[in-house]
Design a protein around this ligand. Structure first.
Ligand code: NAD
Length: 251
């Protein structure tokens, strides 16, 4: 049998209770990593995710409850990762929200909130967790961007700004921390079946799927497969990249 890709590694996945984050956390656990999730959502959903992580092989899996847009929460996450796992080899900045609306009607508060969670949150986490990685002279940072951040999307000025910002954060992180053995990459999912996209109307879904070369929405596991690869030693020489997993939506 081949060796597990993340054996002996430790990981923190924000927004890991459900959707894409949960699929990534579970894929990491199946590949031998010890995994923690950080999420502000429903306690029962987080508890279910932790139970699944333990079943998948992460015996010490735990969840941290809090809001990634609070810099103090990022500090608490780093402290817990150090205490429970002795550090953090892999950080996935996946927590994110949408609050769609046309530009002319979008309230400044909506813009601020989406950017604060999706972008500032990733910065706070990167700042605190990379301090642990610098000490270890190794680490992997994955930022969950979006095709909306690469190409823009009508009705998503707040969201696409935050996701484009994440690409800038990824590039600067890759340049600044590369010499310390840390890689940073962004994943740009297209249209993926999760509780987030379940909020769309049937018409919106049909329109999105019609633009996809492969003719179907993606599954969270499609994203998790790339996340495992980028977090593993196989991707040791890949940094500062934005990789789309979109079934050919952006062609
Ligand atoms: P989801 O809504 O199903 O899950 C997001 C998770 O993040 C939830 O558990 C939620 O509680 C958590 N979260 C949100 N804000 C948080 C905060 N401030 N602090 C802590 N936790 C928070 O969404 P998803 O579809 O799984 O999306 C995951 C990521 O992938 C997001 O960043 C999203 O923007 C991105 N993405 C999704 C799609 C898609 O089609 N689903 C496409 C492109 C990018």
């Amino acid at each position: 049998m081949s060796e597990l890709l993340l054996k002996g590694k430790t990981a923190l996945v924000t927004g890991g209770s459900r959707g894409i984050g949960r699929a990534i956390a579970l894929a990491f656990a199946r590949e031998g990593a010890e995994v923690a999730i950080a999420d502000y959502g429903d306690d029962a959903v987080a508890a279910e995710a932790v139970a699944l992580l333990r079943e998948a092989g992460s015996d010490k899996a735990f969840s941290l409850k809090g809001d990634v847009s609070d810099p103090e929460f990022a500090k608490a996450c780093a402290a817990q990762m150090k205490d429970v796992f002795g550090g953090c080899d892999i950080l996935v900045n996946n927590a994110g929200i949408t609050d769609d609306g046309l530009l002319l009607r979008m309230k400044p508060e909506s813009f601020d909130r989406v950017v604060r969670i999706n972008l500032n949150g990733a910065f706070y986490m990167t700042k605190e967790i990379s301090a642990l990685m610098v000490k270890a002279r190794a680490g992997r940072i994955l930022n969950m961007s979006s095709v909306s951040g690469v190409k823009g999307n009508a009705g998503q000025a707040n969201y696409s700004s935050s996701k484009a910002g994440l690409i800038g954060l990824t590039l600067s992180t890759a340049k600044e921390l590369g010499a310390r053995g840390i890689t940073a990459n962004a994943i740009a999912p297209g249209f993926i079946n999760t509780p987030m996209t379940a909020l769309l109307t049937e018409e919106q879904m049909a329109r999105s799927v019609a633009a996809i070369a492969l003719g179907r929405a993606g599954e969270p596991e499609d994203i998790a497969n790339l996340a495992v690869f980028l977090a593993s030693d196989l991707a040791a020489y890949i940094t500062g990249q934005v990789i789309a997993v979109d079934g050919g939506l952006v062609l």
